[in-house]
Design a protein around this ligand. Sequence first.
Ligand code: CDP
Length: 247
Amino acid sequence: MRPRFPNSGVNLHLRGPDLNANKINIAIDGYSSCGKGTLAKALARELGYKFIDSGAMYRAVTLYILNHNIHPEDEAAVASCLPHIRIDFAVNSSTGRNDVLLNGRDIEQEIRTLRVAGAVSQVARITAVRRFLVQAQQAMGREKGVVMDGRDIGTVVFPDAELKIFMTASSEVRAQRRYEELKASGADAEYEEVLANLQERDRIDSTRKDSPLTMTSDYHVLDNSHLSREEQFEMAMEWVREASLGG
Ligand code: CDP
């Protein structure tokens, strides 16, 4: 029997030496709650790359602003907070997850609430916030070997990423998935509220002036409304192989 990678079932011989030699950056963009993080994490694990959740960084800034009673639309007040914000990622020793830290404090749970989701897209429209976070994200990708998911990763953060994937799924499928995630984490959420939040975020994210969610012709489109995690992973790994070989 051929040796197999424990996480994926991808045959070793298909990886080949070039996948390890030529590290690439992988940009995954798309609408709210369409499983970008799930795919990004699986690819990073398989390839031994770093996974960066850029949305967590926008959520962290939003949490800071809400906790300091600043209105998310008060651009000047939000911008004046930025020098006081430090965002890091660190592996949580009890869960093994790569959690986001705000000024040294693990805020992974707090940023997933509807309170933060309800304000994050307002905060993400502010150019000063985007400049601040994009600079940090670009520094993380300088050495290559990064899988980053978000809204502007292939268009603004890593326009030269060797592989760009645009993910989407119907809004009902996405809302159902996010609703189940929230319920499983013990949060008190209504399906209708989750659906309304993601539709509103999609609207703001796609229409804002600075770095709107959009796609260029060099993206691979992945609609996962009817795909299993395994199927989408295999599809993406095929693109990774092509991109690593310069195809
Ligand atoms: O997990 P979900 O797809 O719902 O959202 P997220 O990736 O955590 O991102 C939260 C919000 O941050 C998005 O709705 C955008 O408003 C903003 N965001 C952004 O503007 N640019 C990024 N690269 C990532 C997130």
